[in-house]
Design a protein around this ligand. Structure first.
Ligand code: NDP
Length: 248
């Protein structure tokens, strides 16, 4: 499905991003496993090692998605290594949870900066490369919190709702250039981000999910692979919720 495609997956040294990187390489894509800081290089290199051991193609590249300079360098290095860039998955994301009353302006801005400004920067840089090629796929990551809001997540929910507006606007601006732009909206997925949730709250959350299980990174990866495929070329500007029916 993704044979000979080249993909950058932001924030892919663990969790959903690593799941997408592994899944894409199994479908024939070459991937860039992106990580933000030097201190995280080992985790990214482990993912790359595992992919290569399984017969896939991957390299690790450092770039903080909130830095335009670093993102430009990552995209340049990707094209240098693999010759082109077909797919960008904007997966990198952070949380800094607390009630609005206790949330500092600094923590509000930090989350917006990584989740929303970061997606803007990577899309802006990648979309121009894709437009010049006449082909590209951008998949952004929103969240059920962006659709519904979530107690303690004003910053995160705002960033993820913003991702939807960004997705639809990018889709309109780049459609005629062969670049589609869509967003996935995960519900409750098993990753280091959600492992931090206490057991009793986790059990209550699962009870509320109609399919009665948490999602796995592969649930998101399968959807991203479809949206990233040539076959999805007539789909753009859409939000695909992947949440076991939690939000309908
Ligand atoms: P994790 O925290 O497990 O992984 C997030 C990844 O993003 C990490 O690899 C992290 O790198 C990386 N990252 C953080 N900041 C930056 C940055 N500035 N530049 C580049 N990379 C960065 O999260 P998940 O896998 O759970 O989530 C992945 C995406 O899915 C996020 O956008 C999240 O908001 C979204 N999502 C997740 C849900 C869930 O239930 N898990 C639900 C809804 C949405 P490092 O660890 O090295 O700092």
């Amino acid at each position: 499905m993704l044979k000979d495609r080249v993909a950058i997956i932001t924030g892919s040294s663990q969790g959903i991003g690593a799941g997408i990187a592994r899944y894409f390489t199994k479908l024939g894509a070459s991937v860039v496993v992106n990580y933000p800081f030097d201190s995280e290089a080992d985790k990214a290199n482990e993912v790359v090692k595992e992919i290569i051991a399984n017969g896939g193609k991957a390299i690790a590249l450092k770039a903080n998605v909130a830095s335009e300079e670093e993102v430009k360098q990552m995209v340049e290095d990707t094209v240098k290594e693999f010759g082109k860039l077909d797919i960008l998955v904007n997966n990198a994301g952070i949380t800094r949870d607390s009630s609005v009353k206790k949330m500092s302006v600094e923590n509000f801005k930090m989350v917006i900066d990584t989740n929303l400004v970061g997606s803007f920067i990577t899309s802006k840089v990648a979309a121009e490369v894709m437009a010049a090629q006449g082909y590209g796929r951008i998949i952004n990551t929103s969240s059920i919190a962006g659709q519904e809001g979530n107690f303690g997540q004003a910053n995160y929910a705002a960033s993820k709702a913003g991702v939807l507006g960004l997705t639809k606007t990018l889709a309109r601006e780049y459609a005629r250039k062969g670049v589609t732009v869509n967003a996935v909206s995960p519900g409750f997925i098993r990753t280091p981000m959600t492992d931090a949730i206490p057991e009793d709250i986790r059990t209550n959350m699962i009870n509320e999910i109609p399919v009665k299980r948490v999602g796995e990174p592969e649930d998101i990866a399968a959807a991203a692979a479809f949206l990233g495929s040539e076959q999805a070329g007539f789909i753009t500007g859409q939000l695909l919720p992947i949440n076991g029916g939690l939000n309908m």
